[in-house]
Design a protein around this ligand. Structure first.
Ligand code: 0WE
Length: 255
């Protein structure tokens, strides 16, 4: 049975074929959804367009969340072809590289602001811009990480941004719930994506995670996508404001 038959889903955050957003796009496509994808500028467009073509997606638009006019244009464009958006997936994060290695207390005002604007405010901004396209039964979904809850070396300002993002999930869920709109997050274990590329010690992190997690392994992009599918589908019709861990159980361990 196709869990998203007849549903329209907008997915933001595909950077390349390793992106969790791309695994989610493929899963949603397999489950019968009609998709629209965005890219964060021309450098990404060259990667996203061919991927979109692989799964027959025709709607591909730019959306740099730092530019309000691009977000407005996106919702305008989408509303001209779709009567409503059933699922909106936010898989966007960015912090300056230097803020992911130096001491956390050295985070600059501008670095802090950038990380929270791109990684956190953008979710609220999208909820605002797409408000008119969300109908009862629609849902919003974002991606978060355990660094929101506990200290992960070097995750720094991103941990603060994800903590705020998880709070945004709850506040948006409370606000949109009366309209029948659900808001949830998937907290994914570490996965080798473009976001993780070049992060010092990421290999060791993956190894440590696999050693300590109850399932004794890391999670795959497909497993993250299956949880996203569940939360986006009618199977999760009673679930909102939730942060669902897809991390092989890592987060439950104390010692
Ligand atoms: O949320 C993330 C990725 C966040 C991220 C990564 C980068 C790297 C390159 C945001 N901005 C940038 N900016 C860059 O210039 N993850 C959950 C993956 C991740 O990133 C880490 C991790 C994990 C896990 C950074 C430090 C420590 C652990």
């Amino acid at each position: 049975m196709e869990l998203l038959a007849g549903k329209r889903a907008l997915i933001l955050g595909v950077a390349n074929d390793h992106s969790l957003a791309w695994a989610i796009a493929r899963e949603f496509h397999q489950q019968g959804a009609t998709l629209a994808l965005t890219h964060a500028g021309e450098a990404f467009e060259r990667r996203v367009r061919p991927l979109a073509a692989e799964i027959g997606v025709e709607l591909v638009w730019p959306c740099d969340v730092l530019d309000d006019s691009q977000v407005a244009a996106l919702s305008q464009n989408l509303s001209s072809v779709w009567p409503q958006v059933d699922v909106l997936v936010h898989a966007i994060a960015f912090a300056q590289r230097e803020d992911l290695k130096q001491d956390f207390s050295h985070t600059s005002r501008q670095g802090f602001r950038l990380a929270l604007e791109v990684s956190t405010y953008s979710f609220v901004q999208l909820a605002q811009a797409f408000s008119g396209l969300l109908a009862p039964g629609s849902s919003l979904l974002t991606l978060t990480y355990f660094g929101a809850e506990k200290v992960i070396p070097n995750y720094n300002v991103m941990g603060v941004a994800k903590a705020a993002l998880e709070a945004c999930v709850r506040y948006l869920a409370a606000e949109l719930g009366p309209r029948g709109v659900r808001v949830n997050a998937v907290s994914a274990g570490p996965v080798r994506t473009l976001s993780a590329a070049g992060i010092a010690g990421f290999r060791e992190m993956l190894r440590h995670h696999a050693e300590r997690a109850p399932l004794r392994r890391n999670v795959t992009p497909e497993e993250v996508a299956k949880a996203a599918l569940f939360l986006a589908s009618d199977l999760a019709s009673g679930i909102t404001g939730e942060v669902l861990h897809v991390d092989a159980g890592y987060n439950i361990m104390g010692f």
